[in-house]
Design a protein around this ligand. Structure first.
Ligand code: PA5
Length: 465
């Protein structure tokens, strides 16, 4: 299983001012945590509680459908193109980048075992989009449009550009190259898909975007590029079982939730850094940042009091950021808790050849890159201790579908428990909706006229266009 080592959160290690008396806090919060976990599990099937993401690992029907579809289109496409924003793209990207061999899209078809390349378009930068469209042969591209609400401006604009181009190049047959993943009741994408005859996959009710990675939002792309989704779901189920334990002493999601909550509210650590020592996990850090920020950054609590809570998540990459952000983490404001994410066993061992006699570098020869990576992570932790910076280490045994399923699900549960500790709704995103609505207004969507005038007056003299 995944391991959480919180030794360096203790006040004996990082001092009274920065650390916690962790065993005492576990005892203080034992009952609160027990209730939160019990509530999560007993409410997860209740409509409106937005907890259906806790059931996604058990959704055999979706697993069956996505596998069936992937088998049906096997060998037909050279590229998968995902159109989606935020929660509709980040989880898929995180898992694919972690589990596919690095530089997957650069491999030959043979090296990829005839499996398609995969591209996530989660921005609308015209230069980037145009460049990608110039690279992709649309006849050999399967486009998966993913939007839960079914009308997010960015995704629908991307889709409109693609549809037009594909129809011009492929004629009516273009329909076979489009699939939609959306809500089954609401949104324009569903209506459009029915009209156009696209294959549709549904996102269950009560699953917010950033908690949707294990619905068809993620599972379908995973199956299309040949990832083992049974192993992923097994990882989720095993982690779910472990996290049903209501005793904080045996529940790593609850431990990390409480540690983060107390660090923020008692010790002034308002920033949560996620620092994987693995390049393949770099997008997991992005996904975590969205999950943490969008779920916990809230103006009001559940009793409607203004609270303005939430830690700011930051992504850092080991070792890359040892040569950039670590200076700040060690010597700047002591306002962070640092999550070091480590991998016990890499797929590859890379030896550093013994080719130089110079004393300044000869110590490297004969060692492995893996040893150096480990030493770098250890050094970062040691220096954080020196500077009394609270840090903890999450270790996954290996980057496999099984452990990725465990890891992501663990973070989801951790986020839900932290939300409950803050007494906020971790599953809505009014701040995101606000800017979505302003975009509709500025782009002239019918029904948003009043909003448009309001935004324009707010932005007077500052607008770009
Ligand atoms: O987590 C969320 O809810 C958001 O990040 C959404 O995923 C994002 O705004 C995209 O929304 P939609 O899937 O409705 O297009």
């Amino acid at each position: 299983m995944i391991d959480l080592n919180y030794r360096n959160i203790n006040c004996e290690i990082v001092g009274e001012e920065n650390g916690l008396n962790i065993e005492e806090e576990f005892d203080n919060y034992k009952e609160t945590i027990r209730k939160i976990i019990a509530d999560l599990n007993s409410n997860k099937d209740k409509p409106g509680q937005k907890l259906q993401w806790m059931n996604l690992g058990y959704n055999e029907e979706t697993t069956w459908y996505v596998k069936e579809f992937a088998a049906m289109v096997e060998n037909r496409f050279e590229n998968i193109l995902i159109l989606g924003m935020g929660g509709s793209a980040l989880g898929g990207k995180a898992v694919c980048e972690a589990l596919l061999p690095p530089y997957w899209n650069f491999l030959t078809q043979e090296q990829r075992n005839n499996l398609p390349r995969i591209f996530f378009l989660d921005n609308i930068d015209p230069d980037q989009m145009n460049a990608l469209l110039n690279i992709l042969d649309l006849k050999k591209t399967l486009v998966n449009v993913i939007t839960k609400s079914g009308d997010t401006a960015e995704v629908m604009a991307q889709y409109m550009v693609l549809k037009d181009k594909m129809q011009k190049e492929l004629g009516d047959d273009y329909r076979k190259n489009v699939i939609a993943t959306t809500d089954k009741n609401i949104g324009i994408l569903k209506q459009l898909s029915n009209q156009e005859g696209y294959k549709i996959f549904y996102i269950p009710d009560d699953v917010s975007g950033r908690f949707s990675v294990f619905s068809a939002v993620g599972l379908l792309p995973f199956a299309l590029v040949g990832l083992n989704i049974d192993e992923i779901t097994q990882g989720i189920k095993d982690m779910d079982l472990a996290l049903k334990n209501t005793d904080i002493h045996y529940n790593i999601a609850a431990q990390n939730a409480l540690i983060h909550y107390l660090m923020d509210t008692k010790k002034g650590k308002h920033i949560s850094v996620m620092m994987p020592y693995s390049n393949r996990l770099r997008y997991v850090a992005d996904w975590y940042c969205q999950l943490w920020a969008e779920s916990l950054g809230k103006e009001r609590d559940k009793d409607n009091n203004i609270v303005n809570v939430g830690q700011t998540p930051i992504k850092a990459i080991g070792v890359t950021d040892q040569h950039s952000q670590i200076q700040l983490y060690n010597e700047g404001p002591n306002n962070k808790i640092i999550n070091i994410l480590r991998v016990k066993e890499f797929d590859t061992t890379l030896e550093i050849p013994n080719i130089f006699e110079y004393t300044g570098i000869s110590y490297l020869g004969g060692k492995t890159m893996n040893q150096l990576f480990d030493a770098e992570a250890d050094s970062t932790i040691a220096s954080l201790i020196d500077y009394k910076r609270p840090n903890l280490t999450i270790t996954i045994p290996k980057i496999t579908p099984y452990y990725l399923g465990q890891l992501l699900y663990m973070f989801e549960v951790q986020t839900a428990i932290t939300g409950a500790l803050y007494n906020i709704d971790a599953f809505d995103q009014p701040g995101v909706e606000q800017s979505k609505n302003y975009t509709y207004a500025l782009m002239g969507r019918v029904g948003y006229e009043d909003s448009a005038n309001e935004v324009k007056s707010k932005l007077e003299n500052t607008v770009f266009s």
